[in-house]
Design a protein around this ligand. Sequence first.
Ligand code: COA
Ligand code: ZN
Length: 315
Amino acid sequence: MELKSRKKIHIREVAPRDGFQSWPNFIPTDKKLEIIRLLLEAGITEMETTAFVSPNAIPQLRDAADLMGLVPKDGCIHSPLVPNLKGAELALDSGADKLVVVISATDAHNLANVHRTVKESLEDLQSIFRLAKERGKPVIGAIAVAFGCPYQGDVPEDSVYRLAEAYINGGASCVILADTTGMATPTRILQLLGEFKNRFPQTPYSLHLHNNRGVAMANLYAALGVGADMFDTALGGIGGCPNVPVAAGNLPTEDVVFMLEDMGYDTGLDLIKLIGAARDLEEILGQTLPGQVMKSGPRDPRLAAKYVVARNREC
Ligand code: COA
Ligand code: ZN
């Protein structure tokens, strides 16, 4: 097939935060580091490396500062997640290049996730922006449950736009619209993105799509059609918010790269290396992950035979 368009798509890898937080057991820091190194070798240039959150809330990420001290810094932007000013201070002191602040679009999820109403979280926001500015680091504003809330159901779009406005007024470099619970469908994606772009035409946005209901790839495809060019994905499709009753994984990075590259987009990522990294992650965790391309392989049958089928036989 002749590929004409090579539009760039930016993938921000979130397995080290969203994935490792969702795993029932603590993954040792050296094993986290091993996966992070493989992701960097595959070409990942931005990563949600960890989260600076309460170790009581997310014990799986209690090694955040140690891990940040060990990760290779060259060629990759480390953008950990922070829920409050304390997290922002710790992240910046640990060498974060960028912060991802998260607030939910509903009080119900925000209370479950960070024990505050949306209004209370917003009160912290200016001090986070001020601190990041003093240190010369950009801030991404993430809006959790933007397409549906596991406690409340439908989320009024206005509450998403109000949060986006607060982030943009604070100086956010980008807004992440997160489908934390896999409740979006292509129609909802088109509706929210259409209005978001209408209201905030200058603001870069990214999508964070969970696959709880099997619709995440269709949602990504719908977003591509209206010009979205930044996505959060997670190696192997690992992931899930602990404050969602039935959490499920993110879009697998390697599945997204397989589809995008074949459609003619340029992700800058090496699919074979991603498949290898996803298989290594499965080995470390001792469990099968949702990603499909690591099981079926790339299109080229010789590469599939070399990198996937041979290894399947070994198992
Ligand atoms: N990092 C590390 N420790 C933190 C912290 C942070 N960002 N924020 C607060 N703490 C510590 C406090 O210092 C305090 O410690 P102490 O008991 O030793 O004095 C303790 O945590 C409780 O602080 P408090 O402000 O009362 O927080 P809380 O118990 O109400 O929890 C959050 C609020 C936001 C810290 C917590 O709910 C959290 O970390 N949530 C993250 C949820 C998440 O990551 N979800 C998945 C991503 S969508
Ligand atoms: Zn997520």
